[in-house]
Design a binder for this molecule. Structure first.
Ligand SMILES: [Zn+2]
Length: 389
């Protein structure tokens, strides 16, 4: 699987105009002509269509005082009319979220057990009552907005559920198409799309929470290609703990949230094995919790260095609560990366801009990509799918 994020380069005029408005914020029609290379009349027609579809709105208040003649109003994304629905299925948690068309998550709900999965398996009906029940279950309390896409992400292959079957069940339940991606490529896409600048060359995204994986994103003239996921859950790092795969010394056993929380619980730091409690204990000054979290950060820094040496990217972006959940551990990861990489060339190493909500952002991004690829088809297919609170 190779994902290509074209950022509207080759899309129809609506795709190109909408993508530039997303990247640049409130933009005048004159600037859109310059940014897209489209003619003035084409930009004018396109903006009118996007205004009619409720995807953008005019901002008369943003006309500069120095403007001469009768300048047109700048336009920006109108985030109030539509939502995308994102579903993330993890090894321990299922999260359902709503995103606006800027990519921001506006509501989310997590289930400790895979309750959503269970519910979906029960549903075999395509009836409208089942659909409306699904919406009520998932989205109670959200204002009336039209759903213009749904996305499903998971570390497929690291969980017990089948991608095709779960995607089909979700489509039956919702009554419209669901885009399904691997979690880590979706995170890389979300990271990439949220930037206002391009990332030339090659970027390695390393993710850790309960699973560990990486992807490479390579910028080409046609767009950014995100390669298939490389799984690191069972990467051998030594140790005597037996993994769920039956081997000993797997990375997941040392660094997953679950493993760290279990260690903290057995050390008596916390009563129930919950990673948030470990973070809180460390923040209160508990030295055992702090050392456990720093040991994880060190292990992940070493693995990031190995993967960097193998893949030779131009920069590394570290993602997932396992890497970003505990502030004081960030420098530990950085230091162990620097100490263990065998490649002399210095490269940028940074942490994701999405801290707590990254799985939801990834799921709603997957739902959003078809909207930006082809706003026309999304607006054409929308009809009667308005949510009510
Ligand atoms: Zn294993």
């Amino acid at each position: 699987m190779m994902l290509v994020l074209a950022l509207g380069r080759f899309g129809d005029p609506k795709s190109r105009v909408l993508t530039h408005i997303r990247r640049h914020g409130a933009t005048s029609r004159e600037e859109l002509v310059r940014l897209t290379g489209l003619s003035s009349s084409s930009v004018a027609r396109t903006v009118t269509a996007l205004l009619d579809g409720g995807l953008v709105r005019e901002r008369p208040d943003l006309i500069p005082d120095t403007a001469i003649g009768r300048p047109s109003y700048p336009v920006e994304l109108d985030t109030g009319n539509h939502v995308t629905l994102g579903c993330h299925v993890g090894r321990r948690t299922t999260t359902v979220s709503l995103g606006d068309i800027s990519g921001r998550v506006v509501a989310r709900r997590s289930f400790r057990l895979p309750r959503l999965v269970r519910d979906l398996r029960r549903t075999r009906s395509r009836s409208s009552s089942a659909r409306s029940r699904a919406r009520t279950t998932l989205l109670t309390g959200n204002p009336a907005r039209a759903v213009i896409g749904a996305g499903l992400v998971a570390p497929w292959g690291d969980i017990e559920y089948d991608e095709q079957a779960l995607g089909a069940a979700l489509e039956r339940r919702l009554g419209f198409p669901v885009e399904s991606w691997e979690l880590v490529p979706a995170i890389a896409a979300a990271e990439y799309l949220a930037r206002s600048e391009d990332l030339p060359g090659s970027t390695m995204y390393l993710y850790s929470r309960n699973t560990v994986a990486f992807v490479m994103a390579n910028q080409r003239p046609a767009g950014t290609e995100i390669a298939r996921v490389g799984r690191l859950s069972h990467f051998p790092i030594g140790g005597v703990d037996v993994c769920r795969c039956g081997q000993t010394g797997c990375l997941e056993n040392a660094v997953s949230d679950e493993a760290v929380a279990a260690k903290a619980a057995s050390a008596g730091v916390i009563g129930t094995p919950d990673i948030e409690l470990v973070h809180r204990a460390a923040a209160r000054g508990d030295q055992v919790a702090h050392r456990l979290l720093c040991a994880r950060a060190a292990a992940l820094g070493r693995v990031a260095a190995v993967v960097r040496d193998i893949t030779n990217p131009d920069r590394v972006v570290l993602c997932g609560q396992g890497l970003t959940g505990y502030g004081p551990a960030l420098e530990v990861t950085r230091a162990h990366f620097a100490a263990h990489t065998a490649t002399a060339r210095e490269i940028g190493i940074s942490f994701t801009r999405f801290a707590g909500d990254i799985q939801s952002i990834a799921a709603t991004t997957v739902a959003l990509c078809p909207v930006y690829d082809s706003p026309t088809s999304v607006l054409a297919s929308e009809g009667g799918d308005r949510l009510t609170g």
